[in-house]
Design a protein around this ligand. Structure first.
Ligand code: FES
Length: 113
């Protein structure tokens, strides 16, 4: 089980600064980050760690690959994850799950809950 690397109340990003659909990374120390995903009014957050090899989903800073409506692709071996629940729906770790990070919205601000 992965520990969530952000304390409750930590401001992660602003929705108004994200693409729609879009992804934003919050760095929580040297080796961990939180991935915030936005599609319309819906915002979800997960540890930025692919369950396939336990490495970040992006190979370049702040660059995430959209794979269709509400879907994100890991940059390494193309596993595809749903924004809505973090489930891997295609690829080498199909059936696995991203680790959800609880959030709340304070206006435009996405905050760890
Ligand atoms: S590390 Fe993500 S699909 Fe292999």
């Amino acid at each position: 089980m992965s520990a969530i690397p952000v304390a409750p109340g930590t401001a992660l990003c602003r929705i108004g600064q994200m693409d729609d659909p879009g992804a934003q990374e919050y760095h929580a120390g040297a080796s961990a980050s939180v991935l915030v995903l936005r599609e319309g009014e819906r915002v979800t957050a997960y540890l930025n760690r692919c369950p396939h090899f336990q490495i970040p989903l992006n190979s370049r800073p702040a660059h995430f690959i959209m794979a269709g409506k509400g879907l994100l692709m890991c940059a390494y071996h193309s596993a595809v994850f749903r924004f809505s629940d973090g489930a891997c729906v295609e690829g080498p770790c199909a059936g696995s799950q991203l680790t959800q990070v609880a959030i709340r919205l304070e206006g435009d601000l996405v905050v760890a809950a």
